[in-house]
Design a protein. Structure first.
Lengths: 111, 115
């Protein structure tokens, strides 16, 4: 069974600080996606990474896929209150046509 | 707006009852996925359909069933409802599997409350 573990589960920091969220597994994934979900809303896709070692940037957000394609990280620089939400990582399984979701990191940015 | 629609937005019903949740995928998407999200939890994959056929099954209870119709909309049927079935139910759709990855786009969800 492929499992994705996200850490930390909860994170509360002040505006302007930097943070990193991790998504780890013992399994290899063909792709790794990050979603952000605001309270009461649906998850919105932020990025997809498919190559080991790949780094993608989305404004203040930097996503990295591990070299072995077993883990990923999301780094936010100078966090803002608008970054508050539940961040979900999801691993794509080659040949199985499904995504495995982590439990999420609930991020709160305090003004 | 992802292009995925779900109805109804809210459902309140009593234990033992049955409900049907409906999802219309993005135009052109053949795959539909159903997820359950309980309070403060991540997404639990329930089931996937591709062009009318069941493709993958996750942690779906026997009391739950789904189908995808020729027009590609999908319905999730929940029966003999229990208090623990209260959750947000999301539908997502995606384009054809590209061989190495695909991206799912989520609908707004249906919030089910069982009393």
């Amino acid at each position: 069974t492929q499992l994705l573990e996200q850490s930390p589960q909860f994170l509360s920091i002040q505006e302007g600080e930097n943070l990193t969220v991790y998504c780890n597994s013992s399994s290899v994934f063909s792709s790794l996606q990050w979603y952000r979900q605001e309270p009461g809303e649906d998850p919105v896709l932020l990025v997809t990474v498919v190559t080991g070692g790949e780094v993608k940037k989305l404004k203040r957000l930097t996503f990295q896929f591990g070299d072995a394609r077993k883990d990923s990280s999301l780094h936010i620089t100078a966090a803002q209150p608008g970054d508050t939400g539940l961040y979900l990582c999801a691993g794509g399984i080659q040949g199985a046509q499904k995504l495995v979701f982590g439990q999420g990191t609930r991020l709160t940015i305090n003004p | 707006d992802s292009g995925v629609t779900q109805t109804p937005k809210h459902l309140i019903t009593a234990t033992g009852q049955r409900v049907t949740l409906r999802c219309s995928p993005r135009s052109g998407d053949l795959s539909v996925y159903w997820y359950q999200q309980s309070l403060d939890q991540g997404l639990q994959f329930l089931i996937q359909y591709y062009n009318g056929e069941e493709r993958a099954k996750g942690n779906i209870l026997e009391r739950f069933s789904a189908q995808q119709f020729p027009d590609l909309h999908s319905e999730l049927n929940l029966s003999s409802l229990e208090l623990g079935d209260s959750a947000l139910y999301f539908c997502a759709s995606s384009s054809r599997w590209a061989g190495s990855f695909y991206e799912q786009y989520f609908g707004p969800g249906t919030r089910l409350t069982v009393t």
